[in-house]
Design a protein around this ligand. Structure first.
Ligand code: GDP
Ligand code: MN
Length: 427
């Protein structure tokens, strides 16, 4: 889950990180009042859950309450990368002398949190990472020892921070790490961390990503979720316990199991289609859950066909079929559908669907082709070379091989011999 800038900064402040004074406004009048109360030059900042707001015109300075109201009026309602701005943060404007990047991410390869910092902070850190990676320092944090002061000092030196800021930098860096571990973060970031006109460090922007799997133990964070920021279908999916990710294609997929969902998307692609979503209804899905999943898929207007791929185990195919029929009665759609149901009670399941005039298929390949054909016509289905017949005898030959496979093992010592031989030639 992503937190807004204002939420992230409020969180940072609890860990001793200095942030500018400010408040959130939802109307231009609010912005005016806040600017008047702050009685200073302010910065009006769109609160949307995407980066690059500055470049998109979503961060602007205002010198007077009048101007704050006018600019807030421009920014509220603005579209930034597909998201509508509904809130602005009105902060005391910072007098920026230097912009530093400071962040912590989880590095899965090193299996540690990594603190990253750069003297070239600000709006183009992604560009810096790509073109001048040497300008970003990375320090791995031992989960048992935590972030040590010598490490923050090392970071401070390598980004060329003045000596008199090193203590404050240490407080900020340590605070950021405590915040990262307390919230079960996958990323926390201050970009920019600035040196202001008084020569002090201050967090001017903030970003926090938390691990959804740990959210159950952070009800306070979960309550910060901004439902305005996600598609209604994603909200419903989450509330129903469905894993749903919207994609750009036109074939809606409903599958039980994440791996099966991936395979279904692959097959759809293989035959020339493109998946509109990833959707895992999970095991043991009941009719109402299936209905919700179908509603979610059909809410996407790009969807031109729906492909069901259900492998019945715990999930009974007849139960799923009833769910589909119930959903169709409720949703009323003309979108063509094809279902591949196999496993527990598959006959019953297919009979229920056939009675509801729905296309069925016995294999995933067949189902995928039918779904692609429904969108692009028969001619749009990619024809694959017939390989099935050849595959069998080949597979058998491979299976026989293990018996003489001992020979290569015996050869191994022989393979090593050339090494000493080389040595002797050198002598
Ligand atoms: P982002 O573009 O979404 O990362 O939004 P930021 O909050 O980082 O703002 C983008 C840029 O706007 C920063 O890198 C600063 O250069 C500038 N900016 C943000 N706040 C202020 C401020 O209070 N005063 C000044 N002068 N510039 C600011
Ligand atoms: Mn930023």
């Amino acid at each position: 889950m992503k937190l807004h800038e204002y939420q992230s900064k409020q969180l940072f402040a609890k860990y001793g990180i200095p942030i500018p004074k400010g408040e959130v406004a939802t109307t231009p009048e609010d912005a005016r009042r806040i600017a008047r109360d702050l009685n200073k030059r302010v910065v009006i900042k769109s609160q949307v859950l995407v980066g690059g707001r500055g470049k998109a015109g979503g961060v602007k300075l205002a010198s007077t309450p009048d101007e704050a109201e006018r600019i807030a009026g421009q920014i509220l309602g603005m579209d930034i990368k597909g998201l509508t701005v509904r809130k602005v943060l009105v902060d005391e404007a910072a007098d920026i002398r230097q912009e530093i990047y400071l962040g912590i991410v989880l590095d899965r390869v090193q299996r540690r949190a990594i603190m990253m910092a750069s003297a070239a902070g600000g709006m183009d850190i992604e560009e810096v990472a790509r073109t001048q990676p040497e300008k970003i320092i990375r320090v791995a944090i031992d989960p048992f020892l935590g972030l040590r002061e010598y490490q923050t000092r090392q970071i401070a030196y390598s980004i060329g921070l003045p000596r008199d800021l090193i203590r404050d930098f240490n407080t900020i860096a340590q605070g950021l790490y405590r915040c990262f571990s307390d919230v079960d973060g996958s990323l926390v970031e201050i970009n920019p961390l600035i040196v202001n006109g008084e020569g002090k460090l201050q967090a001017v922007d903030g970003k926090v990503l938390t691990d959804d799997n740990a959210l159950f133990r952070h009800p306070d964070l979960a309550a910060m979720r901004d439902l305005d920021e996600e598609a209604p279908s994603e909200t419903e999916a989450r509330q129903r316990g469905l894993s749903y990710i919207k994609l750009d294609g036109e074939i809606g997929c409903m599958v039980n199991g994440a791996g099966l969902a991936m395979a279904t998307m692959d097959m759809t692609k293989l035959f020339g289609g493109s998946p509109a979503n990833f959707l895992d209804i999970g095991g043991g899905a009941q009719a109402d859950k299936v209905a919700a999943a179908l509603r979610i898929i059909l809410a996407d207007t790009n969807v031109k066909a729906v492909l069901f791929n259900i492998f019945g185990g715990i999930t009974r195919c007849d139960e799923v079929a009833r769910g589909i029929v119930a959903a169709l009665e409720e949703v009323k759609t003309t979108v063509p559908m094809v279902a591949r149901l196999v496993g527990t009670n598959e006959e019953e399941g297919r009979a229920i669907l056939a009675a509801a005039n729905m296309g069925t298929a016995k294999t995933l390949a067949e189902a995928a082709q039918k779904a692609v054909a429904a969108v692009k016509g028969e001619a749009g289905v990619v024809k694959l070379p017939p390989v099935e017949v050849k595959a069998l005898p080949k597979a058998r030959k491979v299976a026989k091989k293990p018996a003489p496979a001992k020979k290569p093992v015996a050869k191994k010592p022989a393979a090593k011999k050339p090494a000493p031989a080389k040595k002797s030639t050198r002598r």
